[in-house]
Design a protein around this ligand. Sequence first.
Ligand SMILES: C[S@@+](CC[C@H](N)C(=O)[O-])C[C@H]1O[C@@H](n2cnc3c(N)ncnc32)[C@H](O)[C@@H]1O
Length: 318
Amino acid sequence: MPISGLDGFEVHPFYDDFSTPTFDAKHNLIKGGSWISTGNLAIRDSRYAFRRHFFQHAGFRYIESEEEVEIKSDYYETDELVSQYCEFQYGQKYFGVENYALSCIGLIKSHIKDVKRSNALDLGCATGRMTFELAKYFDHVTGLDFSARFIRIGTQLKESGKLNYIRQEEGQLNSYQEFKLSDFGLDQYRDKVEFYQADACNLKTLYTGCDLVFAGNLLDRLYDPKKFLKEIANRINKDGLLVLTSPYTWLEEFTEVENWIGGFRKDGEPYSTLQGLKDLLSDQFDMMEEPQDVPFVIRETSRKFQHTVAEMTVWRKK
Ligand SMILES: C[S@@+](CC[C@H](N)C(=O)[O-])C[C@H]1O[C@@H](n2cnc3c(N)ncnc32)[C@H](O)[C@@H]1O
């Protein structure tokens, strides 16, 4: 069984890398002291972490139990991008900029009141904050993302209600962060959310009949955003909502130029992404109001931040 912190575990600031590096699912747990150890490691209640391939001075008694073994999976997340998104979606507020999911909810709240509230989709959900936030309003919310690394976090939060991650501070220096869904009043919504791996440009027919589809900062990360926009209407109920936010940061690394929605010259004239959205969506949707700015800050290290301003548009299915 992998070792992890007991309930209420806290990192001591004078020795922050003592136990936490072993909460990585690669270290197992030995319980009980040994005559070969010293001090508190020799007592009955001692707990050791060890890697599976290490030779140990360990003897054991064989005990059989009917009890199902609960294997905890709350080790410290080390994937750099995933950790960055944990901090972005659940971490501190920087430069006074509100949490992104909360800002978006604030802007769409008045529209949500008018729609049926059975099913919502959070497309490109990353670590799932918006999925949980939407569950305050909808009976069932599905968070979908291309990346299994992200989906794993949403699923862990749904199952255990908490998460630990390593945050980069400076060079090789890190800090150990942890949060609980209950810190944000979201614990009670765990049963209403689900997370799956999926491609927004090639969605299974299963994801149909939605009252709201939220695609937060997804558009300019898609390989075929035009296909996504053409097909998404088929997933949304009449009078349902499509909420798009994006900083329109088109990069060939993610999207070939011929698939960009805007941000280029057309017939010699500047053609904006907003215009492209109107041209692609207006047959099947009404734009509900003028686009709105939504600022957000992504922290890379203690001294490097990306401060971006996305544009939000809200569309109602005809
Ligand atoms: C910039 S992040 C935005 C995350 C989140 N919506 C937010 O606002 O914080 C874009 C997310 O879209 C996901 N993504 C990229 N291409 C995708 C695709 N084709 N289908 C589903 N998700 C995709 C990425 O894995 C990433 O999690």
